[in-house]
Design a protein around this ligand. Structure first.
Ligand code: ZN
Ligand code: ZN
Length: 332
């Protein structure tokens, strides 16, 4: 009988599909199928005063003692550096999951979501992200820094206190490399960045534009796979968050907050995922932020990569624009 495999590892099959196997993560709070009560503030590891319950701070803004944003190593990492013994047999391959998996707690307030946060505090989140992203990208053996947010249990969040996750690893995500290939093909044909073209066209026709400000546009993408799927794009061409200046980071906070406020008018506690698509600096690739409300569960057909979306992007955009009409302008 083979020994039970408990160490995290990366598997690659004959189709070059890669997966991180991280058995330990099933021990994290809320990961089991058993129902678990929402932790109280006193026992929340992300609340101020409970810092000892997490890994030590790697970055805190404005400072370690009075932090408003705090980054530390994830207690249940999917990647980390340690000694590793391969367990693969032909035709499969197996690798050490080297890298860093960190958590960024985005506010001191246990109950605040983006829609409740002050604009200046949400801007600090993106400033911290820019700093840490750059530091991680400079580290040895790191090929890509994945930045994402899970909100709500059905979207994979095990702790309700609002936070983002950052995974820096030698792996290059398939979605990102596919987007890069397709953007490059578009550029070769049209002599122009694909997303710059999307920004221009969407602003011209407006039917899928949810909102926009001087630096960013927010749309329900033309071929949204999910109801109310959102895409944020900078109006100026740049490839990764390190290229955004202070005003662009502030306006990113402004537009994201506005969308969260609109969602909170339509849904109660909408579970969602946010993904930051960073690319190597180039005229070919354009930074994007994707937001996926988790209103549907994936069915068999979707596992073929073919989604059925029950809400047209044009209807979703109109509904969100309507919800935005009733927002308090002082808050956004
Ligand atoms: Zn908390
Ligand atoms: Zn562009």
């Amino acid at each position: 009988m083979r020994k039970k495999i408990s160490q995290n590892h990366i598997r690659r099959d004959i189709f070059e599909r890669e997966v991180i196997i991280a058995g330990k993560r099933s021990e994290r709070p809320g990961a089991s199928v058993k129902k678990r009560k929402k932790p109280r503030k006193e026992e929340c590891p992300f609340c101020p005063g409970n810092e000892k319950l997490t890994g030590s701070t790697v970055l805190a803004l404005p400072d370690k003692k009075n932090w408003k944003v705090r980054i530390f190593p994830n207690k249940f990492p999917v990647v980390f550096s340690n000694s590793f013994k391969s367990i693969s047999r032909h035709p499969y391959k197996c690798f050490a999951p080297r890298g860093r998996h960190e958590v960024m707690v985005e506010t001191r307030d246990h109950n605040h979501e983006y829609e409740d946060m002050k604009l200046e505090d949400l801007s600090l989140v993106f400033k911290a992200l820019k700093i840490r992203y750059e530091e991680l990208m400079c580290m040895k053996d790191i090929n890509y820094v994945t930045v994402f947010k899970n909100r709500g249990k059905t979207a994979g969040a095990s702790i309700p206190h609002t936070h983002m996750q950052i995974i820096a690893s030698p792996l290059f995500p398939e979605i990102i490399s596919r987007e890069m290939d397709e953007s490059e093909a578009f550029f070769k044909k049209e002599k122009k960045c694909g997303i710059c073209t999307v920004v221009e066209q969407e602003l011209k026709y407006k039917e899928r534009v949810v909102t926009h400000n001087s630096d960013w546009i927010c749309i329900n993408p033309y071929s949204s796979s999910w109801p109310y799927q959102i895409q944020f794009m900078p109006k100026r061409h740049f490839s990764e968050i390190t290229d955004a200046d202070d005003s662009e980071l502030e306006n990113l906070a402004r537009i994201i907050k506005k969308v969260f406020m609109a969602f909170s008018k339509i849904f109660e506690d909408l579970p969602l995922n946010i993904m930051y698509h960073n690319f190597p600096k180039s005229e070919l690739w354009h930074f994007q932020v994707h937001l996926y409300p988790r209103l549907m569960t994936q069915a068999g057909f979707e596992f073929f990569g073919l989604n059925v979306n029950t809400k047209t992007p044009e209807e979703a955009a109109a509904e969100l624009r309507e919800a935005m009409k009733h927002l308090d302008d002082n808050q956004v």
